[in-house]
Design a protein around this ligand. Structure first.
Ligand code: NAD
Ligand code: USQ
Length: 482
């Protein structure tokens, strides 16, 4: 735990270290700044040294020259350009743009002609260091990633380095970039991480709830037409014994009828932070006229998108460990290294799943079809439902075709959750907007397994078994054992 509670590091942004397919034309102007950061006894709240405001240099901007001829445009009302109003490309701020979903989305939007800025504190890379975890795939620094993207496509993505829980930083980023839409991925997103101990539970809710509140205040104060696209989670609903609707349910009670927010029954401090976010967003839509879309996303799998596949320097992260790894991605890595698939409990836990290529598509659809001022819109963002047992069976079958001997083990469930339950969640709104889903076909599982096999020498098998227990969470800081 000492390692977790006190650590310091220094991040040096470099200029044009590597040569890519095309030379960088402006690299000497970009990223020539050094940003020190240090964590303290409360490691998570302040990623950067607390200096006087005047000395802070948290905003690091890459070149911001628009190069796109075919950029999506925005009318003065904030809706997609269609009536010949003089146009400029839509400006999209991607908070959490260095993470798994955020990186793929930032590149996708940039490729589609949006002006993109990434906002990230890199706290996720810090969690990995603190817990001794690593992505299956080697991931480059954000600076190398952005240089590579610029050199391959000619498109610039701006970068704002900082913690959105610090309102001064967020204010600076908002005033400088002037977003038309904010896609907010920037949260602590692991349920097991939030259940390690009190300090991680508090950190998760503080980081997520305050970060989102700050985004809402920034929109109100500086960009009131800006559309908030917020990543929520299907886990907000829990596993009720009735169909799950998209955000709202119409109920008749004692002869009166109303349409109300669908009941929330989250089952970790992380999932609960998303419920709190949703309530705060819904309230500010009503009170201040904020326009917002809550994307209640299911479990994401896969790693490649058209853009991240363009160069190894653009490769996305792929978590397989017991804290950040998610079910299907974990099972593919387990099969690749000959570790039994870790089904928790009875394995009847059913969730919605989607390919990361659909995550980027859904976000783009939400941006291109914004919510109206004052509207709190909720989409259930997944394309198929599977139980954990079904996923294990699919991976076993696909693994056997590749000559792997795949076994499954029933692990005592470290979580408190229903292991056999009804699950039928609606997910039609994104399809109506034009989502073309990628389903989990045999060929996709083949390629995911082959991907895991390609990197299997990087797997630390000690990180595979779950090490966080919902029941054993306590006040004392805990070291996650391997
Ligand atoms: P991730 O951990 O890979 O990325 C999150 C990014 O946000 C990281 O780069 C992190 O450094 C950054 N971040 C966190 N707190 C921040 C702060 N206060 N200020 C600035 N940056 C901050 O997570 P992910 O898998 O990409 O998930 C992104 C979002 O999507 C999360 O909100 C998550 O809840 C949601 N989601 C993810 C999945 C999934 O399966 N991965 C499924 C459903 C919903
Ligand atoms: N599970 C296993 N074995 C494993 C891993 C998971 O049986 O090795 C089970 C879990 O017990 C759970 C289900 O699989 O019942 C899904 O677990 P997960 O770790 O894949 O996903 P979860 O913890 O729910 O969280 C992930 C993301 C989170 C997102 C959520 C969407 O980390 O950010 O919000 O998926 S959802 O599940 O729809 O809430």
């Amino acid at each position: 735990m000492a390692q977790l509670l006190s650590c310091s590091s220094s991040l040096n942004t470099s200029t044009c270290k590597k040569s890519y397919l095309k030379p960088l034309d402006q690299c000497s102007a970009a990223f020539s700044i050094s940003v020190p950061f240090k964590t303290t006894r409360f490691p998570f709240r302040r990623l950067f040294l607390r200096e006087e405001n005047s000395k802070r240099s948290r905003v690091v901007r890459a070149t911001a020259i628009a190069t796109n001829q075919d950029a999506p445009t925005q009318s003065s009302s904030g809706s997609p350009q269609s009536f010949g109003v003089p146009s400029k490309p839509q400006r999209v701020m991607v908070i959490g743009g260095d993470g798994y979903c955020g990186w793929a989305t930032a590149l996708h939007l940039s490729n589609k002609g949006y002006e993109v800025a990434i906002v990230d504190s890199f706290v996720r890379r810090l969690f990995d260091h603190q817990l001794g975890l690593d992505s299956l795939t080697p991931i480059s620094s954000i600076h190398d990633r952005l240089h590579c993207w610029k050199s391959l496509t000619g498109k610039s993505i701006e970068l704002y380095v900082g913690d959105i829980c610090e309102f001064d930083f967020l204010t600076e980023a908002f005033k400088s970039f002037e977003p038309d839409a904010v896609v907010h991925f920037g949260e602590q997103r692991s349920a097991p991480y939030s259940m390690i101990d009190r300090s991680r539970a508090v950190y998760t809710q503080q980081n997520n709830v305050i970060g989102t509140l700050n985004v809402l205040f920034a929109i109100k104060e500086f960009r009131e037409q800006c559309h908030l696209v917020k990543l929520g989670t299907m886990g907000e609903y829990g596993t009720p014994n009735i169909d799950i609707e998209e955000g709202y349910i119409t109920i008749t009670h004692n002869g009166r009828t109303d349409t109300l927010p669908y009941p929330k029954q989250a089952s970790s401090f992380y999932h609960l932070s998303k419920v709190h976010d949703s309530h705060n967003i819904a309230f500010t839509c009503k009170a201040w006229g904020i326009r917002a879309t809550d994307l209640n996303q299911g479990v994401v799998y896969g790693v490649m998108t058209d853009e991240t596949a363009m160069h190894e320097e653009l490769c996305n992260r792929f978590d397989y460990d017991g804290v950040f790894g998610t079910a299907l991605n974990r099972f593919c890595v387990q099969a690749a290294v000959g570790h039994p698939l870790t089904v928790y409990g009875k394995g009847g836990q059913t969730r919605g799943y989607l390919d990361i290529r659909d995550t980027v598509q859904c976000v783009e659809l939400a941006i291109a079809n914004p919510a109206k001022p004052g509207e709190f819109r909720v989409f259930n963002q997944f394309v198929e439902q599977f139980s954990v047992n079904e996923l294990a069976a699919l991976v076993t079958k696909a693994g056997e075709k590749l000559g792997l001997n795949v076994q499954t083990v029933s692990v005592p469930n470290p979580r408190v959750e229903a292991e056999e339950h009804y699950y039928n969640a609606k997910h039609t709104k994104l399809i109506e907007l034009g989502l073309k889903p990628h389903f989990l076909s045999d060929s996709l599982l083949d390629s995911l397994l082959n991907f895991a096999i390609q990197y299997k020498d990087r797997v630390d098998t000690k990180q595979i078994m779950p090490s966080v227990s919902w029941r054993k969470i306590g006040v004392k800081p805990k070291t996650v054992t391997t």
